[in-house]
Ligand binder design. Structure first.
Ligand SMILES: [Zn+2]
Ligand SMILES: [Zn+2]
Length: 214
């Protein structure tokens, strides 16, 4: 099976999900880390080239003590498939939806007005923030789910799922004012998952990391 390499078409900027016919397309293979046998996410530049791998758990705010060593999932002996929603070990199901991409931008310059600066020095307000495209995050077409999260997906319970996932996140993402932003990001991401969810789901079983589809 071809590795899950995004083509440039899929790297179009913006959080729009790309529609695919998931009922007939083969299950795309994910990248996993040879060292810890856990899922990786990919980031690519505006030419559609992969520029970075990172542990999926890191994307969800958990720390990692080593660099990813990417390999296709089927080359990993006994992969550890975690829930892509709440990070619980031992995902039971795989769902498919449209590949979702989000753009991240990095600040290149902060512009302050001269008058502001002269009168207020360091308290000068930032008038404009210049940014450039930093990377595009691909969330992939496949979402693994533990039984608890799968039950909420089956029920299309968006807020139930967000609530469950928020409880599993590290405090730095849910403390004080971070909570609203985190919930907003999960809402955007999971709304797209629900809107583009393909019929059916795959049951993850030993020797079937891509799921047995029914
Ligand atoms: Zn690893
Ligand atoms: Zn879960």
């Amino acid at each position: 099976m071809a590795p899950h390499v995004p083509d440039p078409e899929e790297s179009a900027p913006g959080p729009e999900a790309v529609a695919i016919d998931v009922s007939t397309a083969p299950v795309p293979e994910s990248f996993y880390c040879r060292r810890c046998r856990r899922a990786l996410n990919i980031r690519f530049n505006n030419l559609g080239m992969i520029v970075e791998y990172l542990h999926a758990a890191e994307q969800r705010g958990q720390p990692s003590d080593h660099r990813p060593e990417p390999a296709p999932l089927t080359e990993i002996p006994a992969p550890i498939i975690e829930c892509d929603f709440c990070s619980a070990p031992g995902a039971a199901w795989i769902y498919r939806c449209a590949n979702q991409v989000t753009d991240a931008r990095r600040v290149t310059a902060q512009v302050v007005a001269v008058g502001d600066y002269q009168s207020r020095h360091h308290a000068a307000r930032v008038r404009r923030t210049d940014t450039e495209h930093a990377f595009t995050q691909a969330w992939g077409e496949c979402w693994s789910a533990c039984q608890g999260c799968a039950d909420l997906v089956e029920a299309r319970d968006l807020y139930g799922l967000i609530g469950r996932v928020v409880e599993s996140l590290p405090a730095k993402l849910t403390r004080g004012k971070h909570l609203m932003r985190t919930r907003g990001q999960l809402h955007d991401r999971y709304s797209d998952v629900f809107h583009t969810l393909a019929p059916g789901r795959g049951r993850i079983a030993p020797g079937h990391p891509l799921g047995i589809w029914t």
